[in-house]
Write a protein that binds this ligand. Sequence first.
Ligand code: AGP
Length: 367
Amino acid sequence: AAYEAGEHESFMRKEILEQPTTAQAVLRGRLDERFGTAHLGGLDMDARDLRAVRRVKILGCGSAYYVGQMGAALIEELARIPADAEAASEFRYRDPVIEPDTLYVAVSQSGETIDTLLAVQEVRRKGGRCVGLVNVVGSAIARECDGGIYLHAGPEVAVASTKALTNMFLGFALLALQLGRVRDLSIADGKRLVAGLERLPAQIEEVLAGEADLVEVAKELAQARSLFFIGRVRGFPVAREGAQKFKEISYRHAEAYQTSELKHGPLALIDPEVPTVAVVPLDELTDRNVGALHEIDARQGPLVVITHDEVDLGEIGARRVVVPRNEPELDPILLTIPLQLLAYHAAQHLGHDIDKPRNLAKSVTVE
Ligand code: AGP
């Protein structure tokens, strides 16, 4: 059947609301409760190949690059292998050293992004192994890779990617789990994460159920000419993705920054006209994050805080947006969902063409 927006006013909203279902699709048949691991047959790597990986390099563009940063953090935490993400558009221009024991991972919704495709070719030409995290089956990147994980998010039409990104995160979680369990990740931790992944689709549903509360907040943010999105460590790629989504469809300048770096420069810009959207999960950095919010509040910077119920913001005058907690490693994706809704409702309020923002294409197939 044709994929249509149906009763939804846009594909983006439809795709945001589909996430509880599409998230299940990427996990289906891949979780192993008994051994606390994941099975990813499409990778075409046995336990020995997986154990031989000494480093992971993730390549993607735009939001896929930001989710790649979330993925790198997951892999480093769970598998204790050095991992990082790089913009695929820059990769081949610096004549990168390709190492035989590095696993390269190309991440792309469309599977047709030329910069990502050329990065895969660069890796393979130099003898490296590159696997794909791709949504579109049989796409150029999927064909070019040595193996991979299909994302099963279904067709995504809106230029601003939502459900595919969520499944990229989940795909990375599966990969991190499998890489972890052939190394030192304990069965107890493996089982804890499998249970966390199984809980996630319902928790995404819970966040979406709070949509109405975000509409007013989004309208206020839409008034600003410039905004900050801030977060630390696990929260920083979340902030980057939040700023990206906001920019794409609201056409407002939104800059992502590490909360810890604010005091090294951008704090100079904070005033009542410049709102900040802060990602503040309950974790080992909560107190430091709240400290930074005090700095913003003292300069009358309006604050929207994406956070957990247990986080106490004290006397700070902020709009709180509370999301349910999962396992700390998996929390980034739940913190990302409200940012999709904020971008969506800001753009809706401004009357923009949400599915086809100006100057952008769904997939960038020419350099
Ligand atoms: C996402 O909202 C953007 N439209 C864009 O950054 C996108 O993620 C990027 O162009 C990569 O696309 P791909 O996943 O199809 O490779």
